[in-house]
Design a protein around this ligand. Sequence first.
Ligand code: PRP
Length: 172
Amino acid sequence: MRKEILFSREMIAKRVQEVARRISADYTGRELIVIGILKGSFIFMADLIRAMNIPCRVDFARAASYGAGQESAGRVIMTKDIETSIKGKDILVVEDIVDTGTTLSYLVEWLKERSPQSLKVCAFLDKRKRRKVAFEADYVCFTIEDGFVVGYGLDFNEQARFLPEVYVLEKQ
Ligand code: PRP
């Protein structure tokens, strides 16, 4: 499948630095637990926490939305739980993309049941056109209208996560 570059390494690095600086300022003096949602977030999260100048602890959960290919199926199942108690803690959930909003709106409620002190969401990409569930991330690196994007953790049928840039797949 043909692809076209959307965000270069330099654009990504610059924007991740900016967002990391904002998060660091917002959480100065607090103890942050960063929760990455597997698999897509792992590259973004690694860059983000290294660009922050506050200490943090990390954990991971995995949310699977069922169906292969380019559509998320609208049904979320948690296939890996976090291993940290988040009660009374400040939590930052890190995701690669908000698309229909289904995954994150489910996930946030799922985590809130454990009574964290605060819970915010940082998404690398916010894809707005296909939103089905009203959901706004607190921190966003890039907003895009539509298009299927890969690279920097994002996959197409498990391929292309390793690419250091973000590409948009061209329709055949
Ligand atoms: C992707 C992405 C989000 C979700 C966003 O996950 O990482 O979790 O879809 O889509 P939504 O807003 O429509 O719910 P995916 O299920 O593809 O898993 P992955 O992170 O392992 O690639």
